[in-house]
Design a protein around this ligand. Structure first.
Ligand code: PLP
Length: 379
């Protein structure tokens, strides 16, 4: 047996022993409110399709039109021949909507975050990240040559105590596992004129702010860098870094995930422009989320483990890993698909259900969830 065989086998055995092995399950309709697994149907409380666009027919038609007009793949990276009129239109739409000079496109939020930190940071730099930032940011920070420090979650005082001139401060707008929002106005006040602020608004864009402009607009700030991703409220996939003219030029030269990676299909860029327009104009989707949120609160507030949020992400804290799995399994038996999240994704002792709402849910779905959750919690 060679060393790599041993490493792989040992790592898998350790995961299994800790009871932390993850499994991929094949489902159909994971992008709708009711998914199917095997012969069973489940109400889906696990997707990030907050606005219900992932299965929207008019968006599918737009993508189809994009294919008719532009063909299939982009054929090359953006700097070769992969950048089409559809990509340009998407960049312009994002800039106009979100109030930035430039938008640089990536095939995922993960690669956008990595590109951002790898291309900006040098050895002498200080990177300050919220402790609960996404794995893509943490990993890039650890692998970058800069010194990375993590500030306590949403703690502006702690951030301020670590802050030095010319640091790069990175936070999410909405935290993916907790559904809470960063105190962006205070963070911006602290960093303004002293450091650059980058906000990853994967879970806020489309959902918060006027016309769905996201967490920063809702907090009335404009950070130096804003990452928006298209796999959640946009109902598709991909991402963009919103920035100034000069940073756009810089990323075009030095962001390797952009330069050396095949551009997203032009049909997808075309569909994303359509999604951006839908997000801006279809306020009813955000109103619906608000209504579902209220109903969820009415049913479950006050029960141990309940966490109030103003976003469609509803953590329900269970504590022990096995107990979280048991409650999720119990809900599955009642036809509800809810994901249990355990360490290392969340801190030890805070295993939870990550319940997510989508504009495709109906109030009756929330009623059913609440009823069964109360029973499942009793074991
Ligand atoms: C906060 C945050 N940033 C970035 C990403 C990665 O985005 P993508 O799924 O487009 O790679 C995620 C994905 O879950 C996320 O939650």
């Amino acid at each position: 047996m060679l060393a790599f065989d041993l490493r792989v086998n040992n790592a898998l055995a350790a995961r299994e022993q800790q009871g932390l092995t993850r499994h991929i399950r094949t489902v159909s309709g994971g992008n709708t409110h009711t998914l199917h697994h095997g012969h069973d149907a489940f109400i889906n409380f696990s997707s990030n399709d907050y606005l219900g666009l992932a299965s929207d027919k008019s968006l599918a038609n737009a993508w189809q039109t994009g294919i008719d007009n532009y063909g299939n793949g982009s054929g090359a990276s953006p700097l070769v021949t992969g950048f089409s009129g559809a990509h340009q239109q998407l960049e312009e739409t994002l800039c106009e909507w979100l109030g930035f000079e430039r938008a640089i496109l990536f095939s995922s939020g993960f690669s956008a975050n990595q590109a951002l930190l790898f291309s900006l940071l040098n050895k002498e730099d200080l990177l300050l990240q919220d402790k609960l930032n996404h794995a893509s940011l943490m990993e890039a920070g650890m692998l970058s040559p800069a010194t990375m420090k993590r500030f306590k979650h949403n703690n502006v005082e702690h951030l301020n105590s670590l802050l030095t001139k010319d640091a790069l401060v990175v936070t999410e707008g909405v935290f993916s596992m907790d559904g809470d929002r960063a105190p962006l106005a205070n963070i911006h006040q602290t960093t303004h004129g002293k450091a650059w602020l980058a906000v990853d608004d994967a879970h806020g864009i489309g959902v918060l702010g006027n016309q769905g402009r996201g967490s920063c607009e809702a907090a009335n700030i404009k950070p130096e860098l804003l990452v928006v991703t298209f796999g959640k409220a946009f109902g598709l996939s991909g991402a963009a870094i919103m920035c100034s003219e000069s940073v756009g030029d810089y990323l075009t030269q030095f962001a390797r995930h952009h330069v050396y990676s095949t551009a997203i299909p032009p049909s997808q860029a075309f569909a994303l422009t359509h999604a951006a327009k839908m997000i801006q104009t279809e306020q009813w989707r955000r109103d619906k989320l608000h209504e579902l949120n209220e109903r969820y609160h009415q049913h479950l507030a006050g029960i141990e483990g309940y966490v109030e949020t103003t976003t469609p992400i509803k953590p329900f804290i269970i504590g022990e890993d096995q107990q979280a799995l048991d409650v999720a399994e119990n809900l599955k038996r009642s036809g509800l698909w809810v994901t249990a999240i355990r360490p290392p994704t969340v801190p030890k002792g805070t295993a939870r259900l990550r319940i997510t709402l989508t504009a495709n849910h109906e109030l009756r779905h929330i009623d059913t969830l609440s009823e069964h959750l109360k029973v499942a919690l009793k074991g």
